[in-house]
Design a protein around this ligand. Structure first.
Ligand SMILES: Cc1ncc(COP(=O)(O)O)c(C=O)c1O
Length: 389
């Protein structure tokens, strides 16, 4: 990892919560985290939650996603699609730009119809999506934009931090992320009504007057988050530096093409990613994968979830949870009579994503120290050389 530190500072914050005893329940420290996090990313409001997925859940609830409602999501990761379905909505997958791996604004616009209420945009691997264009399209069609910033802490698009381009931004504090509390997350917004609505569905009181969940962050988790927030800019800076080692390893290799980084964006490098196009250079993909394994390149192929089987290297909409009516057992929400439409998911639905996903060569940076990254990057260089380059 970036050399992530947990020490007396974290313990001091945790002690503050525990010293407050039964009465405190950590609410004050959760509020302190919310204020400090909002200030760091330049948003007016923040609501701390127990997981990034809970953040997406309440964001889409506040956006009005529900039965019969569509929301456009990304096809390489499943998170936005699942969060739409948590709210009984229908996820509609937009295609990606093969160079940036992020949502294509043109494809987003194509997917919008009279039932669309929201779009969830992921800043994949830490590279900001084309937010200026996406926000303009969303505004033309009256959509709520939810940014999935789980990979992209402090990344910027055209001089502005991600999470503040959309109506709502979600950040994950899950174990592998830049800022980790083991599990946790936070949503930010400038919109008072959306903030109020997200707070209302994230927790209920003694006499609930509406349906709400138990998604609020615990005080001891907020304590660790506060300590980590003091160091998070340093972690991101370290991962940006470490990404250069992989970038240097592939420099001059025409068939391993790193994720494009437009000059107006700053990448946070939760991961480093490239795509394999060796066929046209006579490089066998299976031989290259083998060489990477043997040389210790520490990259995974297809998608980041290393433990997944080869057969599962597909676009998100090909996962059973989306493609088959298994989510709530009886076919809802995607086969819900309130929806009453044929789902568009099929092979070839997002051709760029389908072509890109099996070619992806990804390495996580924010869970590895510099010496580990350096050794992986060297392994990748050796693997490339073994292919005759
Ligand atoms: C892009 C993305 N979105 C959402 C999530 C969900 O976050 P969490 O694990 O905190 O629920 C994750 C990660 O783990 C993620 O990588």
């Amino acid at each position: 990892m970036s050399t992530r530190i947990y020490n007396e500072l974290d313990l001091a914050y945790v002690k503050r919560v525990l010293d407050a005893g039964q009465d405190g329940r950590g609410e004050a420290i959760v509020e302190e985290l919310e204020e400090r996090f909002a200030a760091k990313v330049g948003a007016r409001y923040a609501i701390a939650v127990n997981a990034g997925m809970s953040g997406l859940h309440i964001a889409l609830a506040a956006a009005g996603v529900g039965p019969g409602v569509e929301a456009v999501v990304d096809p390489i990761v499943q998170f936005g699609g699942l969060a739409v379905m948590y709210n009984n909505g229908v996820p509609i997958f937009a295609d990606v730009d093969p160079a940036t791996h992020n949502m294509s604004p043109a494809s987003l616009e194509e997917r919008i119809c009279e039932r669309t209420k929201a779009v969830v945009v992921t800043h994949l691997w830490g590279l900001p999506a084309e937010m200026q264009d996406i926000r303009a399209i969303a505004d033309r069609h009256g959509l709520v934009v939810v940014e999935d910033c789980a990979h992209a802490l402090f990344a910027e698009h055209r001089g502005r931090k991600v999470g503040t381009w959309g109506h709502i931004g979600m950040f994950s504090f899950q174990a592998a992320k830049h800022l980790s509390t083991g599990q946790g997350g936070i949503v930010v917004t400038d919109d008072e009504a959306l903030a109020k609505e997200m707070r209302a569905v994230a927790a209920f009181g003694a006499a609930p007057d509406r349906l709400a969940w138990v998604f609020r962050m615990a005080g001891v988790v907020a304590a660790v988050a506060l300590a980590q927030l003091e160091r998070a800019e340093g972690y991101v800076a370290e991962d940006r530096e470490n990404a250069k080692l992989y970038q240097e390893a592939v420099a001059g290799c025409p068939w391993l093409v790193p994720q494009a980084e437009p000059p107006y964006s700053t990448h946070s490098h939760h991961c480093w990613a490239a795509a394999f196009y060796g066929e046209s250079y006579g490089v066998d993909y299976e031989a290259f994968k083998r060489a990477c394994r043997e040389e210790g390149a520490q990259v995974s192929f297809g998608y980041t979830q290393r433990s997944w089987k080869e057969a599962q290297i597909v676009a998100a909409y090909e996962f059973p949870v989306f493609a088959e009516p298994v989510a709530y057992g009886k076919g809802c929400p995607t086969r819900c009579p309130l929806y009453g439409r044929e789902l568009p998911y099929r092979k070839g639905y997002c051709p760029n994503a389908e072509a890109l996903i099996p070619r992806l060569c990804v390495t996580a940076l924010s869970t590895r120290r510099r010496d580990e990254v350096a050794s992986g990057a060297l392994g990748l260089l050796r693997a490339i050389k073994r292919m005759g380059w």
